[in-house]
Design a protein around this ligand. Structure first.
Ligand code: FAD
Length: 284
C-alpha cells in the first residue's frame, strides 16, 4: 500500500505565489499540474500539495518571435489546436496525438510531460527538433534556456522545487518547416515505445536547407542526431538521401547506446522510423 502524509492542498493563483510556497515549504511540498505522474510517487515527507492548475499558463499563441505554449496546456489541447495544426507541418499536434490513453491526453500537461521527461514521454523529441526554448520562473525572475538543457538531470531536479516552467517557445522560422513523427510500440495504447522519432525539415525547392532529427525512447533522454542531419542538409529530397540519413542515424544511435546488444533492435527500428518520417515530412 502507498502511504502518504498529505495534510493540505494549496491552489496558488499566480506564479510568484506558487514560488513563495515552494521556497517556504521546500521538501515538504510537491508541485502538481495534471497529477498523472504523481498518483503513486509522493514521498512520505510531503505534507502539502501545491496544485498549480489555476495559474494562467494555459495558452497557445503566436507572436513575432514564434509560438508560445503555456506549461498548463493539456496534451489534448496541443492535439486539437488549429494553430499547431498549421505549424511545422502540424508535427507538435501529431506528436500529442501519439499519447497512449485518455488520462495522459486529457489530464496530463505539456509542462509535466517535459519537466519529468521519462524516456518514453512523447513531447520532448518534438520540442528538441524544433529548437524550442524553455521559459521558467525562479526567485521572481523569468529565465530562458534551450530545450535540451531542460532535459539534463541536474536541471530537471530543480523543476518543481526551485523553479516553475511557465512556457515553451518555438522559433518563428520553424512555422513553414515540414515535419512528421512516428513511434513503434507493441500496441498504440502502450506508453512505452521501442523507438520514437521526429523529423523537422526546412525545405526549399525540393532541397533540404536544414534538417532537425530527434530520437527518443531507446535513450535515457531524447537526443538530436547531428550526423544524420548532416547527411540530409543541402541534399535533394529522395529515397536515397532518406536512406543515407537513416543509416547515419542507426550508426549514431548505436554509438549513443554504447553498442549494447539489447538496444540493437531498437536502433534498427529508429532507422526505419526516421526514413519514414523524413519521406513523410517531404511528401506529406
Ligand atoms: C497510465 C499512464 C499512461 C501514460 N501514457 C503516456 C503517454 O502515452 N505519453 C506520454 O508522453 N506520457 C504518458 N504518461 C506520463 C504522464 O501522464 C505525462 O507525461 C503527462 O503529460 C504528465 O503531466 P502532468 O501534468 O500530469 O504532470 P504531474 O504529474 O502533475 O507532474 C509531473 C512532474 O512534473 C512537475 N511539474 C509539472 N508541471 C510543472 C511545471 N510547470 N514546472 C515545474 N515542474 C512541473 C511536478 O512537480 C512533477 O514532479 C502516462 C502516465 C500514466 C500514469
Amino acid at each position: 500500500m502507498v502511504k502518504n502524509n498529505i495534510q493540505q492542498f494549496c491552489f496558488p493563483a499566480s506564479v510568484p505565489e506558487a514560488l513563495r510556497l515552494m521556497a517556504k515549504l521546500k521538501a515538504k511540498a510537491v508541485v502538481v499540474a495534471g497529477g498523472t505522474r504523481h498518483t503513486r510517487s509522493i514521498a512520505p515527507q510531503v505534507e502539502t500539495v501545491v496544485d498549480i492548475s489555476d495559474l494562467p499558463l494555459k495558452f497557445i499563441k503566436a507572436d513575432r518571435s514564434g509560438l508560445r505554449i503555456g506549461a498548463l496546456c493539456t496534451i489534448s489541447d496541443l492535439e486539437k489546436s488549429p494553430l499547431l495544426a498549421g505549424w511545422a507541418g502540424g508535427v507538435i499536434a501529431q506528436t500529442a496525438g501519439l499519447s497512449s490513453n485518455a488520462l495522459a491526453r486529457g489530464m496530463g500537461t505539456v509542462g509535466g510531460n517535459v519537466c519529468r521527461a521519462h524516456p518514453y514521454n512523447h513531447m520532448p523529441p518534438v520540442f528538441l527538433a524544433l529548437d524550442a526554448a524553455a521559459v521558467y520562473s525562479e526567485g521572481g525572475r523569468e529565465k530562458s534556456v534551450p530545450f535540451a538543457r531542460l532535459l539534463e538531470p541536474g536541471f530537471m531536479r530543480e523543476l518543481g522545487h526551485r523553479c516553475l516552467l511557465t512556457e515553451l517557445r518555438v522559433p518563428a522560422a520553424t512555422k513553414s518547416w515540414s515535419g512528421a513523427t512516428a513511434r513503434f510500440a507493441l500496441t498504440p495504447s502502450q506508453w512505452e515505445s521501442t523507438a520514437h522519432c521526429v523529423a523537422a525539415l526546412d525545405l526549399q525547392g525540393g532541397t533540404v536547407r536544414r534538417a532537425a532529427l530527434a530520437a527518443a525512447a531507446l535513450l535515457p533522454r531524447a537526443a538530436r542526431l547531428p550526423k544524420a542531419e548532416a547527411a540530409l542538409t543541402g541534399k535533394p529530397v529522395s529515397e536515397e538521401t532518406a536512406w543515407a540519413a537513416s543509416k547515419a542515424a542507426v550508426f549514431e544511435l548505436e554509438e549513443l547506446t554504447g553498442r549494447a546488444a539489447a538496444k540493437a533492435y531498437a536502433c534498427e527500428v529508429a532507422g526505419v522510423l526516421l526514413r519514414r518520417t523524413i519521406l513523410e515530412a517531404c511528401h506529406g
